[in-house]
Design a binder for this molecule. Structure first.
Ligand code: PGA
Length: 256
């Protein structure tokens, strides 16, 4: 059976004290849940708090930390930037790549996303590659083309062996932070499409075990329905991950 994951993207929220408290509340609640059905639980705090949150979680394979972003170069004169190696040294195991906010607000280009994916894979970390169409692309029925284009450019020249640690998150841009959610049927058909697209680059066995997460206004009231779709392997949660009770209830929805 495919593994599941529930990841919380805290974005630019929570100071040090609040980050540690939230991580601790989540760790304590997760420790009371039955281990056999527990999804991987991943928290993505802001950069300065990766290490303290990782320590608070007593991070392990089931409860781990992600960075929200990284720079494409290994090191150098890039004031203000953070490399994959720096992220790795904090104990983080995942890096979110190509989030739509990075693409839209910070002009992150596909070529950079491709470099970052390679850098993260080379470091032995897991990239969580975000893809998803904009509202006008959905309205014009171009959503599959848009997502295929994002996947193909992000994964260009990656060998099947390179891709072993990849995770994909389908995040329709029109659903992020808007309260609008893709219907279970819309999510399921796009997740199948993503799996098929990855299959063409790898093989059946890899595509079948690839985790494809859903993100975009996922919350305690809609998580169970979304996660019940056979190809939805959990979620990348923004707003609802900032509250321990809501986030834990989403984790529980992934255990059904
Ligand atoms: P949201 O954000 O759950 O607040 O819509 C999801 C995301 O941006 O990853």
């Amino acid at each position: 059976m495919r593994k599941k994951m529930v990841a919380g993207n805290w974005k630019m929220n929570k100071n040090l004290h609040e980050s540690i408290l939230l991580a601790d509340d989540i760790r304590q609640a997760v420790e009371t849940l039955s281990a056999d059905r527990l999804p991987a639980v991943v928290l993505a705090p802001a950069f300065p708090f990766l290490y303290p949150v990782s320590q608070t979680l007593r991070a392990n394979s089931q409860l781990a930390v992600a960075a929200q972003y990284c720079h494409a170069a290994r090191s150098g004169a890039f004031t203000g930037e953070v490399s994959v190696e720096m992220i790795r040294s904090t104990g983080a195991r995942y890096v979110i790549i190509g989030h739509s906010e990075r693409r839209m607000l910070f002009g992150e280009k596909e070529e950079e996303i491709n470099k970052k994916i390679k850098m993260v894979l080379e470091a032995g970390l897991h990239p969580v590659l975000c893809v998803g169409e904009k509202l006008e692309e959905r309205k014009e029925n171009r959503h599959f083309d848009a997502v295929a284009h994002q996947l193909n450019s992000a994964l260009e020249n990656c060998s099947p062996a390179d891709l072993q640690h990849l995770i994909v998150a389908y995040e329709p841009v029109w659903a992020i932070g808007t309260g609008l959610t893709a219907s279970a049927a819309q999510a399921q058909e796009m997740h199948v499409f993503i799996r098929q697209t990855i299959k063409q680059k790898t093989d059946d066995a890899f595509a079948n075990q690839l985790m494809v997460l859903y993100g975009g206004s996922c919350n305690p009231s809609n998580a169970a329905e979304l996660f019940a779709c056979p190809d939805v392997d959990g979620g990348l949660i923004g707003g609802a991950s900032l509250n321990a009770a809501d986030f834990v209830s989403i984790i529980k929805a992934a255990m059904k």
